[in-house]
Design a protein around this ligand. Structure first.
Ligand code: ASP
Ligand code: MG
Length: 428
C-alpha cells in the first residue's frame, strides 16, 4: 500500500489536475490511497469568506469567486452536461445555507466547517476525472476516519480511534479501486468538522499511512525534493537525495516549509518511508526520508519570516531565576507558543517566536505586570543546519543582528531584514 499526497499547487488548474492524473496512472497497479488538498489558494479564499461573514462584509461575492474558480477548472476537465456540475452546485448551495444559519456559532467552528469545503470540492472534481480517465476510484470523507479533539483549528488526533477506523475499513476498498480522500480535515466526538492546522495535508497523509501500515508516503511537490535552501533565494541550492527522519524532522522544526512538522513522527515510529518528489517530473526520485543514517548532508539554509523577538527584563533589580523562568514558560505553554530561539542573561530572558494570530499580544498581556517587556516585530531567522565556514561565509552581515547562536551542528541568526530585497548568498 502506498499513500500519495498532492498539495494545492499541484491541482491549481485543469492542466495541473491532468498532470496529477498522469502521475497516478503510473502507479495504478499498486494499492493506492491519494490525499488531496484544496485547489490553488482556495483555503486562503475560504478563510477570507469566513472573515467576511463575521465582519458582516460581502461574503456572497467572495463565495461566487470561489465557485467560479472551481467551475472554470471543471470546465477544463469535463463535458458541459457532466453530473459533477450538479454536485458542485449543491456543495455551493450548502455553503451559502450554512453561513446563513451560522449566527451564534463560534468563529472556530464556522472556520473549520467552511475551510474544509476546499478539500471536499477538490477531491470531488479529481475523483470524477480519475474515474473516467485513469482508474476506478472510491471517494471517502476523511472526517469519518480522522477523529480529533475539540480544538477546531489545530485539532489533536485521537490515534486509537483513527487507526482503527482506517485499518478496518480502507484496505477493503483499495483491492480494486484507488481511494481518494481529503487532507487537513477530521471530525470531533460530535461529528463536527475539525481541521489539523494550515498545510496539514502532509500530516493527514502520515495519519492514513500509519493506519494502513503503508510501505511509504509520497508527497508530490513543485520542487525537485528537499533542497539545501529555497532555490528562489539561493540559486545554488541543491537537492538532498537522502535524509534521516531525525534530520528531516529537525529541519521542519527550524522552519523548513517543505513538509508539515507533524508529518514525520508517526512515519518514523512505524518505519514508513517518506518520499518528496516533483510532480512535474515524476520519474525523478527526489528525496527519500527514512531510518537509515544518511551521513552528513550538505549545509541547509532555512529561513523563517514573521519572527518576533520578546525580551523579558526583571523589574525589581533581582536576577532572572527559576521562578521567573517558570512563569514565562507556563504562559508559553498555556498559549501553545513554540520558542524558536532563546537566550538569557543575568537580568533578562529573550525569546524568538512566530507571529501567529494574537498570541504575542496575549503573552505580553499576561506577563506585563511581572516584567518589563520589549518587543521587536518583522524579523527573520536564518538557521544553517550542518554548517561549516563555507556555508557561513555565504551569509552577508546584515545591518542589525539581534541574536546569533551556534551549537555543534546548528547556527541561528535573528536579524532585521534589509529593506532592499537581496537574496541570500548574494554579496551586499
Ligand atoms: N488546504 C490546506 C491549506 O492550504 C491544507 C494543505 O494544503 O495542506 O492549509
Ligand atoms: Mg495548501
Amino acid at each position: 500500500m502506498k499513500v500519495f499526497k498532492f498539495g494545492g499547487a499541484s491541482v491549481k488548474d485543469a492542466p495541473s489536475v491532468k498532470n496529477v492524473a498522469e502521475v497516478i496512472r503510473q502507479f495504478c497497479n499498486h494499492e493506492l490511497v491519494v490525499i488531496v488538498s484544496a485547489m490553488g489558494k482556495t483555503t486562503n479564499a475560504l478563510e477570507e469568506l469566513v472573515r467576511l461573514h463575521f465582519e458582516k462584509g460581502d461574503w456572497q461575492t467572495q463565495l461566487q469567486a470561489i465557485k467560479d474558480f472551481h467551475f472554470e477548472i471543471s470546465e477544463g476537465l469535463f463535458k458541459a452536461e457532466h453530473q459533477v456540475f450538479d454536485r458542485l452546485e449543491s456543495i455551493f448551495e450548502g455553503i451559502a445555507e450554512y453561513i446563513n444559519g451560522a449566527n451564534g456559532k463560534s468563529y472556530i467552528e464556522v472556520y473549520s466547517e467552511m475551510v474544509s469545503q476546499g478539500e471536499l470540492l477538490s477531491t470531488r472534481i479529481i475523483r470524477n476525472y480519475l474515474n473516467e480517465n485513469i482508474h476506478k476510484t472510491i471517494w471517502i470523507d476523511a472526517r469519518n476516519y480522522v477523529k480529533t479533539d475539540y480544538n477546531y483549528i489545530d485539532a489533536r488526533v485521537d490515534w486509537d480511534m483513527t487507526r482503527r477506523n482506517i485499518s478496518e475499513k480502507i484496505p477493503v476498498f483499495t483491492k480494486d479501486a484507488i481511494v481518494i480522500t481529503q487532507g487537513f480535515i477530521g471530525s470531533n466526538g460530535e461529528g463536527k468538522t475539525t481541521t489539523l492546522g494550515r498545510e496539514g495535508s502532509d500530516f493527514s497523509a502520515s495519519i492514513f499511512a500509519t493506519g494502513l501500515n503503508a510501505e511509504s508516503v509520497t508527497v508530490w511537490k513543485d520542487v525537485p525534493g528537499v533542497m539545501t535552501a529555497d532555490p528562489n533565494k539561493m540559486p545554488d541550492a541543491k537537492i538532498i537525495p537522502k535524509l534521516s527522519y531525525t534530520d528531516a524532522s529537525e529541519m521542519t522544526y527550524y522552519g523548513a516549509s517543505i513538509i508539515h512538522p507533524r508529518t514525520i513522527k508517526p512515519l518514523a515510529q512505524n518505519g514508513i518511508k517518506l518520499y518528496v518528489r516533483p510532480f512535474t517530473s515524476p520519474k525523478e526520485l527526489g528525496t527519500t526520508i527514512g531510518a537509515d543514517a544518511a551521513g552528513k548532508h550538505p549545509a541547509s539554509f532555512i529561513l523563517k519570516t514573521k519572527q518576533v523577538f520578546v525580551d523579558f527584563k526583571v523589574t525589581d533589580f533581582a536576577f532572572i531565576d527559576e521562578k521567573k523562568l517558570s512563569m514565562i514558560f507556563n504562559a508559553l505553554d498555556q498559549l501553545n507558543i513554540k520558542i524558536n530561539l532563546m537566550q538569557n542573561s543575568a537580568v533578562s530572558f529573550s525569546i524568538c517566536i512566530d507571529k501567529k494570530f494574537d498570541k504575542v499580544e496575549k503573552l505580553v498581556a499576561r506577563l506585563s505586570d511581572s516584567f518589563n517587556i520589549e518587543m521587536r516585530d518583522n524579523l527573520e531567522m536564518l538557521t544553517v543546519k550542518g554548517y561549516d565556514q563555507v556555508a557561513l561565509d555565504k551569509i552577508y552581515t546584515r545591518k542589525e543582528v539581534l541574536l546569533e547562536q551556534k551549537s555543534k551542528d546548528v547556527y541561528h541568526l535573528l536579524y532585521v531584514p534589509e529593506k532592499k530585497h537581496q537574496r541570500l548568498g548574494e554579496s551586499a
